[in-house]
Design a binder for this molecule. Structure first.
Ligand code: PMP
Length: 397
């Protein structure tokens, strides 16, 4: 569904404000620095096979960089992957057998839940609130499911799509439940380094150090550039060997020139400065989106108020709650604004009254334009004879 929305979006030729894709802003990608590094670093050793676990220079640089953050790691825990998606795929390949129960947040990043489903998992959707996954609700839902989960898939910081952050207390409770059930926590955190306000919440690796049940998936896609396809997993050293074996059979090694670019970017000290700059940019954009939405649609919607990351989550209320965001998508596209309809972000198609909006990729003035177009689209949808017209626009699902 994310794919069908984005391919429909790609085929459009008119001006569209793009709140749909979770990509960094073009101007937030450090292209000049990449060019500079590529011309001096890439050479004969860039174009042969690399080590399956990753280029040693990248692992060294990454471990050094992470030692300056709240989530330090060690060389024998890291495997470089082809983005976060490969990390998720490896976790599911190693831990999930057909018929296993996997807990997912509701709403969730459906490419992540779909990966679990592709290994035969049965998904248990558990609600979120302003403090992230409602961990309290888990024991009852799990008991109703009749068996304990094999994995809990969670996006703890500035969750995709809701923008919410899992509270410290809930993280601790989740670790305890994972131990009771002997199930793995797939800790998918692409956005944690993009906090622009509030206080850091301790990560799972910090709450439960050296815990073999925590499988952490990270990526450079949001903090540097998604086209690099470079990410990493941070796992128990014994699990790491399974990851390396599985990755070897998948793609032998991650793209070597891309790893060298990232390694050099970190070694030259560019990453911290870059992160500071983009946190500031995204903070301004989040505020611009929040204020534009509240000005234009304040009484008709509720929105989340993320302290980092890329997304906020909008839920229609009152009479507007009857509008299908799936149907709204096509109206909005014609009006020149794109978003991801809520139903695309739940394996069972919940949240047809909600929208995921990416504030990261548009400037504040474009955000203002996009919100005006969204407001017009909602007005049109209210007047349309088929406000709940999801079936009419079935090509989207
Ligand atoms: N997990 C989450 C929560 C994401 O938002 C994304 C990217 N949208 C990914 C994983 C995949 O990351 P990558 O592009 O590095 O494969």
């Amino acid at each position: 569904m994310i794919d069908s929305s984005t391919s429909l979006l790609a085929s459009q030729r008119h001006d569209i404000v793009r709140f749909a894709m979770g990509s960094p802003a073009n101007e937030a990608v450090p292209i000049d620095l990449f060019r500079e590094i590529a011309s001096s670093r890439l050479g004969a050793d860039s174009f042969t096979y690399g080590a399956t676990e990753g280029e040693p220079e990248l692992i060294d640089a990454l471990v050094d960089y992470l030692s300056t953050t709240s989530e330090p790691t060690a060389h024998d825990r890291v495997v470089i992957t082809a983005g976060g998606m490969q990390g998720l795929d490896l976790a599911c390949k190693i831990f999930i057998d057909p018929g296993d129960l996997v807990v997912v947040e509701s709403p969730t990043y459906t490419n992540g839940s779909a990966t679990a489903a592709s290994y035969g998992a049965e998904l248990l959707e558990v609600p979120l609130d302003a403090d992230g996954l409602v961990v309290d609700a888990l024991p009852e839902l799990v008991s109703a499911a009749g068996r304990t989960p094999k994995a809990i898939y969670v996006i703890p910081n500035f969750q995709n799509p809701s923008g919410t952050t899992l509270s410290a207390k809930r993280r601790e409770m989740l670790v305890k439940l994972a131990h009771d059930w002997n199930c793995v926590i797939i800790d998918d955190d692409p956005y944690g380094l993009l906090r622009f306000s509030g206080e850091d919440v301790p990560g799972f690796q910090c709450i439960s150090p050296l815990d073999p049940l925590i499988f952490s998936v990270r990526t450079f896609s949001k903090i540097l550039a998604p086209g690099l396809r470079v990410g990493w997993v941070d796992v128990d050293p014994e699990i790491r060997q399974y990851v390396i074996n599985a990755k070897q059979a998948m793609d032998t090694c991650t793209n070597v020139p891309a790893q060298q670019l990232v390694a050099e970017f970190i070694k030259r000290g560019y990453l911290s400065t870059h992160l500071e700059r983009i946190r500031f940019v995204y903070s301004e954009r989040k505020s611009a989106m929040k204020h534009s939405l509240m000005r234009s649609l304040g009484s008709r919607i509720t929105i989340t108020d993320p302290e980092g990351g890329f997304f906020l989550w909008l839920t229609l209320k009152g009479d507007d709650a009857a509008i299908s965001s799936t149907a709204l998508f096509e109206i909005a596209l014609a009006e020149g604004v794109a978003f991801i309809p809520g139903a695309a972000l739940s394996p069972s198609g919940r949240f047809d009254d909600s929208l995921r909006l990416c504030f990261a990729a548009s400037t504040p003035s474009r955000i203002q334009t996009g919100v005006e177009r969204l407001t017009r689209s909602l007005d049109l949808a209210r007047r349309a004879p088929y406000p709940g017209g999801a079936e009419r626009h079935g090509s989207l699902t």
